[in-house]
Design a binder for this molecule. Sequence first.
Ligand code: FES
Ligand SMILES: [Fe+2]
Length: 339
Amino acid sequence: MSFVTNSWYVAAWAHEIPVDRPMTLRLLNQPLVLFRDDAGQVRALEDRCPHRGVPLGMGSIHQGAIQCIYHGLRFNGNGTCIHNPHLQGNPGRLSVRPYPVAERHGAIWVWTGRPELADTARIPDYGVFDPGRSDYRVVHGYMHVRANVQLVIDNLLDLSHAEYLHANTVGTPGSAGSVSNSVSAGELSVTVHRKVFDLPPSAVFKPLWTATERIDQQSDMTWHAASSLFLDLGIMPPGGQLQQGFHFPSAHLLAPETDRSTHYFYAVARSFSLDDDTLDERIRATFQCAFGEEDRPVIEALQVSLDEAPKHFRMIDFTSGDGAATRVRRILDRLAHEC
Ligand code: FES
Ligand SMILES: [Fe+2]
């Protein structure tokens, strides 16, 4: 499967980008370097010096420009060479590819396609994760997955696996028999609406939710092109409304590193226990356990299994999550072939 290049991808959490040194990552199999300019804005360039090809990320920051470690060429945030200690005259004829960057919802988004199409209106609206909100508290994290981004999208759209794979963490026991599911789609989005009724809370929610023995739980997962997902999760008393319960929305922001590896940035917001610092760590640990130790090994093994599968092997759709993933594949195929 080819990459969708004309898209915004999360490359970092904004608060993790230092002011005094560059940061590097690979996106869509290309090396990138991120750094802050004089105004504190994050800039992204191809991580390859046009002189001899040394990674610029090995260099240092000087007045908001990045200086190559090897012979001292300096590039500003537009990728223009602004200083060449070895040549007289205008150094500006040397340049390195700049990538459009936007800071939204506490994340740094990088546009990997044609720069003239880089419209920030195409970044999904995830305002619930905006820094500084007084009604939600947000925990951020990152994981690396050795699998194609589509397999991670499949996993997130298909929450029917939670009762089995996550029986000891976020799975709701008995949910396969007490669930309503439906799928809706837009031009560049697909949502799996899922609600389970009158069941005991998951192992993770049990110590937090003391209001009732049993609960209803909504878990609506929306994919936005190319690989951002929003889980609108809430638990409430049986037959009750979300306003009577806990709202626990999370963002799952995926970026292909290569065709066999994925950056997974996650943000988990909550509308309750806003002053509880220890809960932040428990949420992070739960996420690392549920995804890092339960989902990730299965997804990575699945990647190996598919790579070795005979040509006639086809995955079968029988959950609504499977159907949603097939829709996403069709949209991604179309987008990957648009230039
Ligand atoms: S390789 Fe970068 S300045 Fe020479
Ligand atoms: Fe999972």
